[in-house]
Design a protein around this ligand. Structure first.
Ligand SMILES: Cc1cc2nc3c(=O)[nH]c(=O)nc-3n(C[C@H](O)[C@H](O)[C@H](O)COP(=O)(O)O)c2cc1C
Length: 261
């Protein structure tokens, strides 16, 4: 750990000085005056960085942590949003540009569907699900959910480029078997970035996986390259109704361990 010497020495010197002044027989001012003055002097001269690094997390960390805590799966959504389309595009542009990827190969691809195009996606999902899933299961598990997602404002389709992955595998033959898994990690990180940013703007989101059953229809409808593989769909809109209760398993000692503190 790096130690800031001025941060450590400054307060020690000032503290010693104050003790000296308070106890000194030469002092003319009353004792409480000297004590208050010295305290103010200490607080004034204490290097601000020392205060920052000693006790308080940075404002941006707090804002990030708050966003992570507030991110939830919100399934009941309406299309009645006030966030401009341009802002939604900007968020997704930033997330696509800045999210990490193995060796910075930048294999993520995204298609943003708004309003009528979003409806089109969920109409396709309904059609495909109805054709592929036994009628009873479709009725019980899919129909109402698909209608619920369709009622939202938009859907983000997350893909990864198969040809970019192949190029990377050619470049790193020793990692051939690992790279497909890292491609999934890359997409997950991007999905998480978008989820947090849209939530921070007041939207509700949920993550769906109608792939692979909708893959062919999606590629045809939006004229996408054949090597793009669909990873997930994020539905977003105005949150309506209550959030589902979320429970947490113990973290320390069960899911999180620290050594060397
Ligand atoms: C990799 C992954 C896949 C998920 N797949 C789905 C899904 O297909 N459908 C769905 O409704 N939620 C899906 N979820 C959302 C989880 O159910 C949800 O994150 C979890 O229950 C915790 O709730 P929270 O998101 O409100 O914190 C998925 C989440 C992750 C991380």
């Amino acid at each position: 750990m790096e130690i800031n010497m001025s941060a450590v020495l400054g307060p020690i010197v000032l503290l010693s000085l104050s003790v000296f002044l308070i106890n000194s027989r030469l002092a003319i001012l009353p004792r409480y005056f000297r004590a208050t003055f010295t305290l103010v002097l200490i607080l004034y001269l204490l290097p601000p960085r020392a205060i920052d690094t000693m006790s308080s997390p940075s404002a941006s960390t707090l804002a990030l942590a708050e966003a992570f805590k507030n991110r939830r799966s919100t399934h009941t959504l309406s299309d009645d949003i006030t966030l401009p389309d341009a802002r939604i595009q900007e968020i997704i542009h930033d997330a696509v540009k800045h999210s990490p990827s193995p060796f910075n190969y930048q294999g993520s691809r995204v298609v943003l569907l708004l309003k009528a195009e979003h409806h089109k996606f969920w109409d396709i999902a309904r059609e495909v699900a109805q054709a592929k899933i036994p009628a009873q299961v479709f009725k019980e598990r899919y129909e109402a959910r698909i209608n619920m997602f369709r009622a939202a404002y938009g859907t983000v389709l997350f893909f990864a480029s198969g040809s970019k992955l192949k190029d990377l595998q050619t470049q790193y033959p020793l990692l051939v078997d690992h790279l497909p898994q890292w491609e999934e990690h890359m997409s997950g990180m991007l999905q998480y970035a978008v989820w947090n940013m849209l939530t921070s703007e007041g939207l509700g989101c949920n993550l769906q996986h109608y792939n692979p059953m909708v893959n062919t229809r999606v590629a045809e409808e939006w004229k996408l390259p054949a090597d793009w593989s669909l990873k997930a769909q994020m539905v977003f809109g105005k949150p309506v109704g209550e959030l589902r209760e979320k429970t947490f398993e113990p973290v320390e000692g069960t899911r999180f361990f620290v050594h060397g503190v």
